[in-house]
Design a protein around this ligand. Structure first.
Ligand code: ASP
Length: 323
C-alpha cells in the first residue's frame, strides 16, 4: 500500500507538459520576433507583450531572431519545448509564403499550433525623396523609364514587403531588383538615406517617416484610407485599382503544446487587443484588430490554410530566388 501511495505521489510530481499546464505560466515567456528590432512586427509584438504580461503575471521577453525572411526565427520556435514558454510572432510571410520558397525543414501547419490572429496592416508604396514623382502614376512612369531595374527594399525573400513587391510586379509589369534586409526597419533607414528607390512597406513602419517628410507615400494597398493617415490615397483612388494587400499576423507555439497553455495565451492576447490603450496604439500605426470571431486558435488555423491555398501558386509561379 505504501509503495502504491509513493507511486501515485511520484506520478503527480513527475515533470511533463500536461501535468504542469495547470499552473502555466510559472516563469518567463519568450516571444520570438523573426525580424529586426524597431520594425513593424517587433513594434506590434512589444505593444502586445507589455499588456499580456499583466494578464499572465509573468515577464515576456522579446527576442529578435532574424534572417532568411524570418524562417530562422520560426525554426527556433518549432525546435523549442512544446510548453507554451516560446512563442512565434509570425505573419503572412513567415507562416505562409516561406513554405513555398524555402526548404524549411519544418511544416508550417503540422509543426506549430495556432494561438491567435493579431492585427493586420495595409502596405504603403513609398519612395526616396530624390524621386521627382508626386503621384502614383508619376511614380510608375519614373520606375518604367529607369534604364536599370528600380531597387526595392524587403525584409528578405518571403517577407511581407517582398510578397507585396511580387504582387506589384505582377499588377504593373515593372521589374524590381530586390534588396533584402533583416527587417524593414533597416530597409527604411536606407530609403531615408536614398540608398534604395522604393519599399512596399507596412504602413505602421513607414508612417512616422512619411509624417516627417523624409520619404514620399503614394498609396495604401487597401480599399479604404488608413484612419491615422487620411491624406494618403488608396491604390484604387491613385490608379492601381484592385491592388490590395494587408499583412495579417498571428501567434503560434510548437505542436503538442498543452491545450490549457494555448488557451491562456489566447485569452491574454485577446484581453490585450480589447484594451482601449492598446487599441489606440495599434490604430495610430494603422493596424486593424481582427473581429471577435477571428480570435480563436481554430480560426487562425483555418485562415492560415486558406492563405496557403491562395498565395502559394502565385509565389511558386514567381520562381523566387533565395538571396
Ligand atoms: N514584417 C515585415 C515584412 O515582412 C518585416 C519586419 O517586421 O521588419 O516585411
Amino acid at each position: 500500500m505504501r509503495r502504491m501511495i509513493l507511486a501515485v505521489l511520484l506520478a503527480l510530481l513527475a515533470p511533463g507538459g500536461h501535468a504542469k499546464a495547470d499552473n502555466f505560466p510559472s516563469r518567463q515567456i519568450t516571444m520570438i520576433v523573426p525580424f529586426s528590432a524597431g520594425g513593424p512586427t517587433d513594434a506590434m509584438a512589444r505593444i502586445l507583450a507589455e499588456r499580456m504580461r499583466t494578464t499572465l503575471g509573468q515577464n515576456i521577453l522579446i527576442e529578435n531572431v532574424t534572417g532568411a525572411g524570418g524562417s530562422l526565427g520560426v525554426g527556433r520556435v518549432v525546435r523549442s519545448p512544446p510548453d507554451g514558454y516560446t512563442i512565434n510572432v509570425g505573419h503572412l510571410g513567415t507562416n505562409v509564403a516561406n513554405g513555398a520558397i524555402y526548404n524549411l525543414g519544418y511544416d508550417l501547419v503540422t509543426d506549430l499550433e495556432p494561438v491567435v490572429m493579431l492585427p493586420s496592416n495595409p502596405m504603403v508604396i513609398v519612395s526616396k525623396n530624390a524621386i521627382p514623382a508626386k503621384t502614383l502614376p508619376e511614380l510608375l512612369a519614373w520606375l518604367r523609364a529607369k534604364p536599370t531595374p528600380p531597387t526595392a527594399g524587403t525584409a528578405g525573400a518571403g517577407s511581407g514587403s517582398h510578397i507585396a513587391g511580387l504582387y506589384f510586379e505582377k499588377v504593373t509589369g515593372i521589374k524590381l531588383q530586390y534588396v533584402p534586409y533583416r527587417g524593414t526597419a533597416p530597409a527604411l533607414t536606407d530609403l531615408v538615406a536614398g540608398q534604395i528607390d522604393i519599399i512596399i512597406d507596412q504602413t505602421s513602419n513607414s508612417i512616422s517617416q512619411i509624417r516627417a517628410g523624409t520619404i514620399r507615400a503614394y498609396a495604401v494597398t487597401d480599399d479604404k484610407r488608413v484612419e491615422s493617415a487620411q491624406d494618403i490615397p488608396t491604390t484604387d483612388e491613385a490608379g492601381l485599382k484592385g491592388f490590395h494587400m494587408t499583412l495579417w499576423s498571428g501567434l503560434w507555439v510548437p505542436k503538442d503544446t498543452p491545450k490549457d497553455a494555448v488557451a491562456k495565451l489566447n485569452a491574454a492576447a485577446v484581453e490585450a487587443m480589447n484594451d482601449p490603450v492598446v487599441r489606440q496604439k495599434f490604430e495610430r500605426l494603422g493596424l486593424e484588430i481582427p473581429r471577435k470571431d477571428q480570435l480563436t486558435p481554430e480560426a487562425l488555423g483555418a485562415w492560415q490554410k486558406s492563405e496557403i491555398a491562395k498565395w502559394w501558386p502565385m509565389i511558386k509561379a514567381a520562381n523566387v530566388k533565395i538571396e
